[in-house]
Write a protein that binds this ligand. Structure first.
Ligand SMILES: C[S@@+](CC[C@H](N)C(=O)[O-])C[C@H]1O[C@@H](n2cnc3c(N)ncnc32)[C@H](O)[C@@H]1O
Length: 284
């Protein structure tokens, strides 16, 4: 049987219809992102090549990507990569896909971290925060830690491919950490256990539970970090915590109750949602 030769525009249109029928949002965009990756071209360059005939091997790879996407595998896991600030990072299902909100956490950290300072990224996942601090601030020393060995393997590989030197540590929160820091930053798991099953299938079925599950009220990690952090922060240094929607007041309260932070405030993300709790360690 003679196999059909697909033209780029035809396969894009068919895939868009297929995605839409399966309830995927932004169906055309998703079809384009996957096809551009298969052909190793920029997405907008697809528009210059609508009549291009596809090789059988290209169609086979694309069909595999499409099959994964309708099983709700996130595009970033299918392609094994995502962009975060200035970096191109490898992502696998061992790590949370870094989110745009977390770029705001990095912005705040860059404002507060002194040149030549020492920073800790707690719960580092793919290493997105640690690597961005190292890339964007001169002479900073960065330590990063995570409880997941599988996540740390991805983070280490990202450090190597970005040619950025980070001290990667494996442990439960501060367990493996020595010395003190000018700034401790963390985006810990913060979804309430009871809400996990209501998350989007892409998140619920494919991102690591360990990266999401924040315990019954979502605050397990914040509670522990609040009690342990000041032992690892220099007087006048900072603790920065990304929080989920509606959690900032509770996290601010936890930090105030510890009595070792002089100032506690929350900064908004780009959608004006309170997102980054900033606590300054007392000077004495
Ligand atoms: C929400 S993800 C954040 C990943 C990354 N920092 C980011 O912003 O993309 C949380 C990370 O915390 C790690 N984690 C969960 N519990 C932990 C614990 N008790 N100690 C250290 N890391 C933990 C998970 O393995 C996961 O990589």
């Amino acid at each position: 049987m003679v196999q059909r030769v697909w033209k780029l525009l035809d396969i894009l249109e068919e895939t868009s219809r297929f995605f839409a029928a399966r309830g995927l949002e932004n169906a055309r965009l998703q079809a384009e992102l996957l096809l551009a990756a298969v052909l190793d071209i920029k997405r907008l360059d697809l528009y210059l090549q609508f009549e291009r005939p596809l090789h059988t091997e290209e169609v086979d790879v694309y069909r595999d990507y499409v099959r994964q996407r309708v099983q709700r595998v996130p595009v970033q896991y299918i392609l094994g990569a995502t962009a975060f600030r200035e970096l191109e990072l490898t992502v696998t299902p061992a790590v949370l896909i870094p989110r745009p909100e977390t770029e705001v956490l990095v912005d705040v950290a860059l404002e507060l971290l002194p040149t030549g300072g020492r920073a800790l990224d707690l719960c580092c996942g793919s290493g997105a925060i640690a690597l961005s601090l190292k890339r964007e601030l001169a002479e900073v020393a960065v330590v990063a830690t995570d409880i997941s060995q599988a996540a740390l393997a991805v983070a280490r590989a990202n450090g190597a491919s970005c040619e950025l030197e980070i001290e990667w540590l494996s442990g439960d929160l501060f367990a493996a950490v020595e010395g003190d820091f000018d700034l401790v930053v963390s985006n810990p798991p913060y979804v309430k256990s009871g809400d996990l099953d209501r998350l989007e299938p892409e998140v619920r079925d494919h991102e690591p539970r360990l990266a999401l599950d924040g315990g019954a009220d979502g605050l397990d990690c914040y509670r522990r970090i609040a009690h342990q952090a000041s032992d690892h922060i220099r007087p006048g240094g900072y603790l920065l915590l990304e929080v989920g929607d509606g959690q900032s007041a509770e996290v601010e309260k936890l930090l105030a109750e510890v009595g070792r932070f002089a100032e506690v405030e929350t900064k908004p993300d780009l959608n004006e949602v309170p997102r980054v709790v900033v606590a300054r360690a007392s000077s004495t």
